[in-house]
Design a binder for this molecule. Sequence first.
Ligand SMILES: Nc1ncnc2c1ncn2[C@@H]1O[C@H](COP(=O)(O)OP(=O)(O)O)[C@@H](O)[C@H]1O
Ligand SMILES: [Mg+2]
Length: 311
Amino acid sequence: MTQPGRSAPVLELERVTLELGDRTILRDTGFVVNQGEFIGVLGPNGAGKTTLMRAVLGLVPAAQGAIRVLGQPVERGNSSIGYMPQTRSALAGRRVRGRDFVAMAADGHRWGLPHADAATRADVERVLDLVGGRKLAERPLSELSGGERQRLLLAQCLLGNPKLLLLDEPLISLDPHHQKSVVELVRRVQQELGIAVLFSAHELNPLLHALDRVLYLGSGVAALGTVDEVITRPVLSRLYGSPIDVMRVNGRIFVMSGDVEVEKHDHEHEHDEHGGHSHSHSHSHSHSHSHGHAHGHSDQHDSRDGHKHDV
Ligand SMILES: Nc1ncnc2c1ncn2[C@@H]1O[C@H](COP(=O)(O)OP(=O)(O)O)[C@@H](O)[C@H]1O
Ligand SMILES: [Mg+2]
C-alpha cells in the first residue's frame, strides 16, 4: 500500500491476531497508518485500544501476523515511538519540578535529578518549546492542572524525535475546556513535526475537527477510514455486534444503541482522576510507573490491570 516515491508507512498491521490469556482481542486484522496522520482510536471499553498500543510497542506479542513500525518489525524500546500510557493519576501528587520530570524521561532516571548531558538538556528545551511548556516547567507537578500535566507528558513523548506517538486516552479526567486544548495542542505539534499520532478516546466528538482518520475497534475487528466511512450504521453495528444508529446534530455525531449513547454509557464509571471512585488496592502492585518516569520508550510503566479505574 506504500505509494511510489514515499517512505515506508509509519505503522502496518498485516493479518494480526492479538490474544490476552484466552481472549482474542483482535483477529486477523490489517491496516496501514501513513506518516503525518492523526488517527483517532475509538471503541467501547475493553475493545483493545490499550492492547493494540502495547502490541505496537512490542509489549504484547502478536499471536499471528506482522506489525511493522517504519518498515521494521516491532521491538521493545523503539525510539521512533513516543508513548503516553493510560494510567497517570499518581503524577498529581508529585512535587518534582516540571522540567526535571520531563528530563527524567530523557535519561530514564528513576529518582533524583538527572545529570543530563548537553544534548539531552537541549532536547528537553526543544520539547518544552514545542508544547509551550517552558513556564509550566518551573513549577512542581503537584501545582499544575490536569491539562498542564498533559502538556508535560506530551513533551516527554516527544523526546528523541519519535515518528509515531501512541497517546492512550489523554482526555480522560479532563473537563471539556482542557480536552479541547489538549486536542488542539496534539494536532498542532503533530502537524508541525509531520508525525503520526494514534490518539485513543472514549468519545469521537472532541477529536472530530482534529483527526484525519478513525480507527474503530470492537468485537475483535478494526475499521480504519474517514469519519464518513467508519462512523456509519453498518460498520458500527458490526463492531458493536448489535444494531447501532448514527445521529448527526449540529456538527456532532452520536453513536446510539436504541436510545442509549454507547460511547458515553460505556465509560460512565471511569471519569475524574481525583476520586469519586475508590481505587482498588489489588491494582496497585502494577503501578510501576507511578514514580513518574513515564518516559516514552520503555515498558517500565507497564500497567495492565487498574487502567479501568485508576485514571
Ligand atoms: N491479562 C489479560 N488476560 C485476559 N484478558 C485481558 C488481560 N488484560 C486485559 N484483558 C482484557 O482485554 C480486553 C482489551 O483491553 P484493553 O486493551 O485495555 O481495551 P481498551 O483499552 O479498549 O479499553 C479487555 O476486555 C480486558 O479486560
Ligand atoms: Mg485502554
